[in-house]
Unconditional design. Structure first.
Length: 354
C-alpha cells in the first residue's frame, strides 16, 4: 500500500491528498480559505472578523464557508465531548452565533449509527477505538447542514478506499472547545462546556482526520494528549502566520496542495514529493517561516509584523525540529496569483495546483 497520507490539498480549512500526486481548506484540504488582504486592501483585517451573512445565516458548522474570507456563523455548541462522542442528548443542542448576542439561538440535532466512523485515521487505525462522525440537522428546518460536504477526488489518500471515504460524506466531527475570532482555541467559555462541529471539509475536521484528535494520547509521551498538535495543525493548514494584529488571517487558497508532517511521525513527509519546505508551526504560532505558501505575500507579512527567516529556517525533516516546532508544511513553489498578489477572499482560484 503506497503511502500518500501527507500530500494534502489545502483550502485553508481543509486538506487532503491527491491520489497519486489533498486543502482545507484549510486546507480546505484545504480545503480553502483565502482570508488575507493585500497590503493595499484597506480594512481587509476588520472585514475578516465579520461572520458570513450572520443575520440570515443557517447554523452551519465549520466548513468551506470558513475558508472564504469570513468566519462560520456559529461560534460553538453547548455540551460536552469525550473522545469525539457528544455526551447527553443529541436533540435540540443549543449553539451560539458569533457577534450580536441578541440573535436567536441555534439548535441542531445530531445522529450517528455504529458504522459511522473515520475509517482511515492514522491515530485510531492502530487501536480498537472508534472515531465517531455525526450527521448535523437544523432542528428548526430539518436541513442537513453538512450535506454535500465530502473529500474531493484530488484529496483522496491512497490508504483510504473511495468506498471508505464515502462514509464521511455529509458528516461532521465534534471537538471540545471553540476557536475565537483570532483563530485561537479555548477549551471552555468560562465555566460552560462547549464544543465545535466541523464538517469533513473544515480544517478542524481535516486535522482530526490526519491523526491529531486532541484527546488522543501522544504516542511518544502517553501521559500527554495531542491537543498542542491539533492547534498547530489548524494554524499550519490555514497558513496562519500569526500577524501582529491578532486577526485570524489565512494566506492560502482552496485546494492548495500541501504536505503536512509532524515531529511525532503520525504524518511523515512524502518521499519524492516536488513540494518545498515552507514553515514549521508550534501550538500557537509559527516556529519559523522560510517562505509564505503563495508568492507575493512577503510584503503583506512583513507589514503585519511577521518574520520570514529565509534560508535560516530549515526543513526539520532534514535535521532537527525547533524546540517549539510540532507540525511542518511543504508546498509548491508554483503557488502564484500573479498580479492579483497575495490570497484574499476575492482572488483565489478554484482547484489544486500540483
Amino acid at each position: 500500500m503506497t503511502r500518500c497520507a501527507l500530500f494534502f490539498s489545502i483550502a485553508l480549512g481543509a486538506a487532503g491528498c491527491s491520489p497519486a500526486a489533498p486543502a482545507p481548506v484549510k486546507a480546505t484540504s484545504a480545503p480553502a480559505e483565502a482570508p488575507g488582504g493585500t497590503s493595499t486592501d484597506a480594512g481587509a483585517a476588520e472585514q475578516l472578523l465579520t461572520p458570513c451573512d450572520i443575520k440570515g445565516a443557517e447554523p452551519k458548522p465549520q466548513s468551506p464557508q470558513y475558508r472564504k474570507g469570513c468566519l462560520e456563523p456559529v461560534l460553538y455548541f453547548v455540551g460536552q465531548v469525550k473522545k469525539g462522542y457528544v455526551t447527553g442528548s443529541l436533540s435540540e443542542i443549543t449553539g451560539k452565533y458569533r457577534g450580536d448576542p441578541k440573535l436567536p439561538k441555534v439548535k441542531v440535532t445530531l445522529s450517528r449509527v455504529e458504522e459511522d466512523k473515520d475509517p482511515c485515521n492514522p491515530t485510531y487505525n492502530a487501536t480498537a477505538e472508534v472515531l465517531p462522525v455525526y450527521k448535523v440537522v437544523d432542528s428548526a428546518t430539518g436541513k442537513d447542514l453538512c450535506e454535500g460536504e465530502r473529500y474531493e477526488k484530488a484529496e483522496l489518500e491512497e490508504q483510504c478506499h473511495p468506498d471508505q471515504l464515502r462514509k464521511l460524506e455529509g458528516k461532521a466531527f465534534a471537538v471540545p472547545g471553540y476557536w475565537d475570532d483570532a483563530g485561537e482555541h479555548h477549551g471552555t467559555d468560562g465555566n460552560t462546556e462547549v464544543f465545535t462541529l466541523s464538517c469533513v471539509t473544515g480544517v478542524i475536521a481535516k486535522c482530526i482526520h490526519w491523526g491529531y484528535a486532541p484527546w488522543a494520547a501522544n504516542p511518544k509521551d502517553p501521559g500527554k494528549d495531542l491537543l498542542p498538535y491539533m492547534r498547530a495543525c489548524v494554524h499550519a493548514a490555514r497558513a496562519d502566520y500569526a500577524t501582529k494584529d491578532s486577526v485570524d488571517r489565512a494566506f492560502t487558497c482552496d485546494k492548495t496542495i500541501v504536505d503536512v508532517y509532524d515531529r511525532l511521525g503520525i504524518q511523515k513527509p512524502r518521499q519524492g514529493s516536488p513540494l518545498e519546505f515552507e514553515a514549521t508551526w508550534g501550538e500557537k504560532a509559527p516556529s519559523c517561516i522560510r517562505r509564505p505558501r503563495y508568492a507575493r505575500c512577503e510584503d503583506d507579512l512583513r507589514a503585519a509584523g511577521v518574520t520570514i527567516d529565509g534560508k535560516a529556517c530549515l526543513d526539520p525533516a532534514d535535521g532537527s525540529w525547533p524546540a517549539d516546532g510540532l507540525v511542518a508544511v511543504r508546498s509548491s513553489l508554483r503557488n502564484d496569483l500573479g498580479n492579483d498578489g497575495c490570497p484574499n477572499d476575492k482572488n483565489c482560484p478554484v482547484g489544486p495546483k500540483p
